[in-house]
Write a protein that binds this ligand. Structure first.
Ligand SMILES: Cc1ncc(COP(=O)(O)O)c(C=O)c1O
Length: 413
């Protein structure tokens, strides 16, 4: 039998051995929970102000929300938005009413009439694209009795390609030009007569911020009236801020017709975890497989059963606290600073590009130490001279921080 002292020693040796073989997953005895959390906090504090390379808003305004969540005791409940926000039920505790308000706030900004609007708060931009592609494919199959072909540019986000694969759809990758925009003449060559077309338009490609020219692409499609078309817009980042700028029409379906749109919640809006919104029309929703579920009191056209109840609540809080005025100020500030950064790089003679409507400045890749310091994602384009990086000018990417980057670049040059 082990005495307490020798048991403690054995346990200590065991813990050390385990932490050596399995890394940080097994905490050593001295590694307390608080210490680990403090290490995490230090990591965040060190990284976040210089995190320029990804489309993420670190200017999070949710402190008041979390204060309320704890003070009110609401944190101590498992709440679940399984169900339809446009047909709320009382079966499981949920925030479906808040979720519907979120969708109804955004609907008119993308040209949806509130009496012909359906949507939900998603887990991410990818989840929104999953819904757009799934709803589009099912809608077209129902209307035509044929499986569609999905067309997407080769500069679009890879989630669209992954999802076409996942949903077992025939996909055509249409070449994009050097700005990241689908080439209309290439779409024309690629169109498959006799099959419906599921178009995925990229409104802001991830690396270059290219925006597909919907008018030019629609003109190609209009030459083939026999092809039934569904248009899904992947506007993960740009869809967040464009409605509050002079470029608002680019994501307005009354100006450029589309059937559904997906936007990330953690990019422009300042969610602190992955989330998004998916919006479509009632007509599209009503042409889905309904899967009526009695215990959720209605049809379940969405892909997921359990869904976050906290995300819609946080998005609702952000909308109420920041509002149209705040979003307008943030969106235009980002575009101004992006234009300013491009000007500064031009003055330095550092090759740089900025597409119209974009907050993403891409440029010749700097020395590795600078790329690492500012977490600059890599890319490569022979047509633009080789290795590239970009800065996504989000809310936390202030002029002062950009100036630090420019100083580092000038010094290294
Ligand atoms: C254009 C585009 N679409 C889709 C996505 C995927 O969005 P999420 O990361 O929210 O799943 C991204 C992510 O960066 C993106 O840039």
């Amino acid at each position: 039998m082990l005495h307490f002292k020798s048991w403690k020693k054995t346990a200590g040796i065991l813990a050390v051995a385990l932490s050596v073989s399995y890394g940080a997953a097994f905490a050593a005895p001295s590694d307390t929970v608080d210490e680990r959390l403090d290490q995490y906090a230090a990591y965040i504090a060190e990284r976040k102000d210089k995190d320029f390379g990804y489309p993420i808003n670190h200017d999070i305004q949710l402190a008041g929300f979390y204060q309320w969540l704890v003070d009110s005791g609401s944190y101590a409940a498992m709440v679940n938005n399984a169900g339809d926000p446009f047909h709320p039920h009382g079966e499981i505790m949920n925030t479906l009413n808040f979720e519907r308000e979120v969708i109804e706030f955004f609907g008119p900004l993308y040209g949806f009439d509130t009496n012909d609007l359906w949507g939900l708060v998603t887990f991410s931009g990818t989840d929104g694209n999953n819904h757009g592609i799934y709803f589009g494919a099912k809608y077209l199959e129902k209307k035509t009795g044929k499986k569609p072909v999905l067309y997407v540019s080769d500069a679009a986000h890879y989630s669209n390609m992954r999802l076409a694969d996942l949903q077992n759809l025939d996909m055509v990758l249409v070449p994009a030009d050097v700005h990241g925009c689908m080439i209309p003449a290439e779409l024309e060559k690629a169109l498959k007569p006799g099959r419906p077309a599921l178009m995925v338009y990229a409104m802001g490609t991830t690396f270059k911020g290219g925006v597909d020219n919907q008018d030019a692409l629609n003109a190609v499609l209009a030459k083939h009236p026999d092809i039934v078309v569904y248009r899904h817009v992947d506007a993960a980042l740009f869809g967040g801020y464009l409605p509050y700028t002079d470029f608002r029409d680019a994501v307005n379906r009354k100006v450029h017709p589309f059937d559904s749109i997906a936007v990330s919640g953690h990019k422009f809006f300042g969610m602190d975890e992955p989330a998004g919104i998916f919006l479509t029309t009632m007509e599209v929703k009503e042409n889905q497989n309904p899967y009526n579920v009695s215990y959720l009191d209605g049809s379940m056209p969405m892909i997921n059963c359990s869904r976050s109840a906290l995300s819609p609540l946080k998005l609702w809080y952000i909308i109420k606290r920041v509002g149209l005025e705040g979003f307008t100020e943030q969106a235009n500030g980002m575009l101004e600073r992006a234009a300013w950064l491009k000007e500064q790089l031009d003055e330095m003679g550092w090759p740089a590009w900025l597409e119209p409507m974009s907050n993403t400045v891409y440029f010749k890749r700097p020395a590795e130490a600078i790329a690492k310091k500012y977490d600059l994602a890599p890319d490569h384009d022979d047509k633009l001279g080789g290795d590239l990086s970009h800065i996504v000018v989000m809310q936390h990417v202030t002029k002062e921080r950009l100036q630090n980057f420019l100083d580092d670049l000038a010094e290294a040059k």
